[in-house]
Ligand binder design. Structure first.
Ligand SMILES: [Zn+2]
Length: 262
């Protein structure tokens, strides 16, 4: 199926403690050249950087997930990590009004601060946005031409929502296991109709396991299943989806070019 990139994973998760090496070997065997692994707070961002030193195919992103925004403090630790030559993106960051684990005002402040830091360091942003699209787009719009390139990961919305995100700037949509779910007809219609050159593939592992593996731990090798599902939805070959989405991921995250040649 050609070279794939998993643009969103959490390889620092304890779910991978017992077999992380095998997980990455299976990913390579499935054609996944690089896995973008996202930190969720200071300690998980530092853990992700430590993993990147051990595994050549792991590209680190560092940031504060909206679930962790309450404990983000002044983010004084983040610029140092963003300056690390290996870091390919800032994130994951964003807004989650579904779980509301942190007060919304705090989520907005921490998201806006990280978007500004991403831009200041010339890095793209990895955005988690759940039931908060109006506010997320308003925060990005407030930065005007300063807004960094961004991916809205785990996109599960409609065509109209996808179009709003893509109209907001230099933005991409991360498509994951949800596209295989039985009830995801609205998402599949969006994946069919939205511009292929703005879609990237992801697993969000260990979460969001695609069919037919649901109920099991997700892992980067399953991004091949996502690729296959997108190919079925769009009526083209998995090879074409792999080629275009890999090119998209390299355009979204230019520093991945160093990894993809490794
Ligand atoms: Zn995530």
């Amino acid at each position: 199926m050609g070279i794939l990139i998993d643009t969103h994973a959490h390889l620092d998760a304890t779910e991978f403690d017992s077999d992380r090496e095998e997980v990455l070997a299976r990913a390579q065997a499935a054609g996944v050249r690089v896995v973008v692994s996202c930190g969720q707070d200071e300690s998980s961002s530092r853990a992700t950087l430590a993993l990147a030193a051990r595994f050549a195919g792991l590209a680190p992103a560092v940031g504060v997930h909206p679930h962790c925004a309450k404990d983000a403090g002044d983010l004084a630790w983040l610029p140092e990590l963003l300056r690390d030559a290996r870091v390919i993106a800032a994130g994951e960051m964003g807004l989650d009004y579904h779980y509301d684990f942190a007060p919304r005002e705090t989520q907005r402040e921490v998201f806006a601060a990280q978007l500004r830091l991403a831009a200041a360091h010339g890095l793209p942003a990895i955005v988690h946005c759940r039931e908060a699209l109006d506010d997320a787009l308003a925060i990005a719009a407030a930065l005007g031409s300063q807004a960094p390139r961004a991916v809205f990961h785990c996109f599960t919305g409609s065509i109209a929502e996808g179009e709003r995100i893509l109209a907001a700037g230099d933005t991409y949509l991360g498509i994951g296991g949800a596209v295989t779910f039985a009830k995801a007809d609205t998402l599949r219609e969006a994946v069919r109709r939205l511009p292929l050159e703005r879609l990237v593939l992801e697993t969000d592992c260990p979460f969001m396991t695609p069919a037919p593996h649901r109920g099991k731990r997700n892992e980067p090798a399953y991004v091949a299943r996502v690729c296959q599902a997108v190919a079925e939805v769009r009526g083209v070959s998995p090879d074409e989806i792999a080629a275009v989405t890999t090119a998209n991921a390299l355009a979204l995250f230019p520093k991945l070019n160093a990894f993809s040649k490794a």
